[in-house]
Design a protein around this ligand. Structure first.
Ligand code: OAD
Ligand code: ZN
Length: 236
């Protein structure tokens, strides 16, 4: 195989695990301790906004305190190297943290939104947001009070930038999924879409994901070492 020029990388919570941010479905993970239906749905927010906002405040503080790890750094470096050679690394993440950006990645597509942004449900304007949110928070754009929510995607809502993602996938010559359990759609369907397009696929994860059978190749280990090794083997 010639060296891939257009690499599509899908990341999940496993990439940020070694930065101290919890994953969702591992033993002791976020959804093992908390009920997502009570915290991550539009209905939960409508019924009990304080509880939902508190949950995201807690996670936002964790993100602000966390630092990128070697997996984030390796991806940013690989993207820069590939760009120098006229290629492109398209980085699509399910993560709502900003650790890819802080490691130097640009144009990261956050399909599940970003915790360090808040959206006004009155005017829909999205504003960078690092502080806690509560029902007294006001929208810098329209002044509405009590209408700010985290700009993240909840269960039952449409993930963001799906057209951009599918277009990038169609142009890729390598698909790599890192640190994702393959339990949440549509992200979990991308490996099969890639295969249908004859794009080679590789999974890098601590252990086989729900989708493990769908990948051509797999590397199992912590993302902070397995991902840099994988990219180094591609001379990236
Ligand atoms: P999950 O928690 O479902 O899966 C994390 C995956 O990372 C698991 O397969 C772990 O084995 C693996 N993992 C854990 N530590 C790792 C490490 N150090 N190195 C490599 N892999 C590791 O997280 P996601 O697949 O990202 O959505 O979850 C997808 C979506 O479900 C999230 O974006 C979130 C959640 O509900 C919403 O909130 C909408
Ligand atoms: Zn507003």
């Amino acid at each position: 195989m010639s060296a891939p020029k257009r690499i599509f990388v899908l990341t999940g919570a496993g990439v940020s695990a070694e930065s101290g941010l919890g994953t969702f479905r591992d033993r002791g993970g976020i959804w093992a301790r908390f009920d997502p239906m009570k915290l991550a749905t539009p209905e939960a927010y409508a019924a009990d906004p304080d509880t939902v906002l508190d949950f995201y405040d807690h996670r936002r503080r964790g993100v602000v305190a966390a630092k990128p790890n070697a997996a984030h750094v390796a991806l940013a470096r690989a993207a820069a190297r590939l760009a120098e050679r006229g290629g492109e690394l398209f980085l699509c993440t399910q993560n709502v943290d900003d650790l890819h950006e802080r490691a130097g990645s640009r144009a990261v597509v956050h399909m599940h939104g970003e915790l360090l942004k808040a959206r006004c449900t009155a005017c829909e304007v999205v504003t960078p947001w690092r502080d806690d949110l509560n029902r007294a928070s006001s929208c810098p754009a329209c002044g509405s009070v009590g209408r700010m929510r985290p700009d993240v995607v909840w269960f039952g809502e449409m993930p963001m930038q799906l057209d951009t993602i599918e277009a990038a996938l169609a142009e890729a010559d390598l698909f790599v999924a890192v640190g994702t359990s393959g339990a949440v759609y549509p992200a979990a369907s991308y490996v099969r879409q890639a295969r249908a397009l004859n794009i080679p696929t590789c999974e890098i994860n601590l252990e086989p994901s729900d989708n493990a059978d769908a990948f051509d190749e797999a590397r199992y280990g912590p993302a902070s070492t397995a991902l840099p090794h994988f990219l180094a083997a591609l001379d990236l």
